[in-house]
Design a protein around this ligand. Structure first.
Ligand SMILES: [Zn+2]
Length: 87
């Protein structure tokens, strides 16, 4: 059964957080994964997200969560999203 693939990048990006947090069903996660394999911009976005999460997790596990760094990282990521947004 071929389900509707999320060809729409914005739809994929909408699910990126859930995908990252393993909150999607196996089928949904599969669709996202397939899109990421075929779509470099989305893969880029995913890897940025991935790197940030790793960074944040590392910071948080080392000491008490450095709130200022977390805010800065989150802010810079939001800025990236805005800049790369097509419209
Ligand atoms: Zn895409």
């Amino acid at each position: 059964m071929t389900e509707r693939l999320p060809d729409d990048c914005s739809e994929v990006l909408d699910h990126l957080y859930a995908f990252h947090d393993h909150e999607l069903s196996a089928e949904e996660a599969d669709q996202i994964r397939q899109h990421l394999m075929a779509c470099e911009p989305c893969l880029d976005r995913f890897q940025v997200e991935d790197a940030l999460r790793t960074l944040i997790r590392k910071c948080c596990s080392q000491a008490r969560a450095p709130e200022s760094l977390r805010v800065r990282v989150t802010a810079s990521f939001s800025r990236t999203v805005i800049i790369t947004e097509p419209e």
